[in-house]
Design a protein around this ligand. Sequence first.
Ligand SMILES: Nc1ncnc2c1ncn2[C@@H]1O[C@H](COP(=O)(O)OP(=O)(O)OP(=O)(O)O)[C@@H](O)[C@H]1O
Length: 376
Amino acid sequence: MPRSSGPVRRAARPLSRHTRVADDFPHAQGGKVSPTSTAGALHLQGVSHSYGNHQVLHDVTLTCPAGTSTAIVGPSGSGKTSLLRIVAGFLRPDAGTVELDDADITARPAHRRSIGLVAQDGGLFPHLSVGGNISFGLPRGQRTRRRVEELLDLVSLTPDYASRRPDQLSGGQQQRVALARALGRSPQIILLDEPFSALDAGLRERTRKAVQRVLRSTGTTALLVTHDQDEALSFADSVAVLQEGSLRQAGAPEDIYSLPADLGTAQFLGEAVVLESYVSQGSAECSLGTVPLRNEAPTGFASLLLRPEQIAVTAPGRGVLGLVLDADYFGHDTTALVRIHGREEEVRVRQLNAEPLGVGETIGLQVTGTGVAYPP
Ligand SMILES: Nc1ncnc2c1ncn2[C@@H]1O[C@H](COP(=O)(O)OP(=O)(O)OP(=O)(O)O)[C@@H](O)[C@H]1O
C-alpha cells in the first residue's frame, strides 16, 4: 500500500459528539498539560512477523499522522497485539520498518522509544499508591506532588486520589490513572491495548470519551486495539482492519463503514444485509427492488451490501412484502428478522424509537439510500 493510503487526519469532529464528556469529566476538556508538539507521526512499512514458522503479520503498511487516533480491529488472532508489540519495541519484525517522525526506530529498544502503553487491566502496581504509580513513570526531575496532581487533573481525578491504592479505585478510575502514568512521560505515541474491555457499558463509554478528550488535548498519537466495533468507529480518527495478519483496509470510520473493501470487512464492522443482485448502469436489482449503488461495479451478478438501518418498515402494500420471523427490543431501537415474500432471502431491519414488530406480522419493506455491490 502506498504511504499516502493510510489513515488521514480528519477535520475536528463537531463538538456535539463530545458534549457528554464535558458533563461527566469536566476537566477532560483541556487539562493543565499544554498540548504537545506535532511530533509523533508513526509509519509502518511492509511489516511482517512470524512466530516460528507461523506467519502472523503480512507486509503491513500503515500511516498514523501525528496527533491522530487509529483503532486496530480484526478477528481474534488476526495479529493486532503483535502489531502493537512491534510498535512498542517488545517484538522485532522479521521484515519491514517502524518509523517515528521519519526516523527508523525498528531496532531501537522499547525503553528508548517515546511510547506509552496502557494495558487491558491498567497494569498498575498494586503495592504503590496512585501517586506512586504516576511518579514511577515520570522522569526523575519531575517526580513532584505538583506534577502528579497535574496529571491527575488531566484525567479528571482530584488530588486526594494520589494517596489511594489501586484496589480502592473503580475500574474506570484505574484506567485513567494508567493513562495519567503513561502520559506523564509525554510520549509521542500511546498504545492502548483493549483498555476499556473490563469496564461495564456506561463506565466504558464515559472513560473512553474522557481518554479521547485527553489524547486530543495533548495531541498524542494513539493506537487502540479493540474487539468492539462501536468503540473503533466512535473513538478513532481512523480504523485499520486486520484479517489474518494482512491490512485489509484503513481509513476514516465512516468510509470503512459505508464502503468496506470486502464483505468480510463489512460483516466485521456492523451488521450486514447481503442480497443476491444483478448490477447494471449504477443500480442493483435485488429482492427488495432496485437499489442505486455508491460504488462502481461491473454489469452482472453481485452480492449487494445494505445495513439494517437502511431498510425501512412500511405498511403492507408499500414496498416489498415481508414476514417477521423474529423480533428484538433494545429500548433505543428494535430489530427484526424478516423473510422477503416469495423468496428464500431473509433480511434484518433496524428501527429507531419504534414499537417491536410482532412475530408472524406481515410488513412492507423499502430500501433507503444506496448499496455497495461486490463481485460474487
Ligand atoms: N508469543 C507467541 N508465540 C507464538 N504464537 C503467538 C505468540 N503470540 C501470539 N501468537 C499467535 O499469533 C497470532 C496473532 O496473535 P495476536 O495476539 O497478535 O492476535 P490478536 O489479533 O491480538 O488476537 P486477540 O484479538 O485474540 O487478542 C495468533 O495465532 C496467536 O496464537
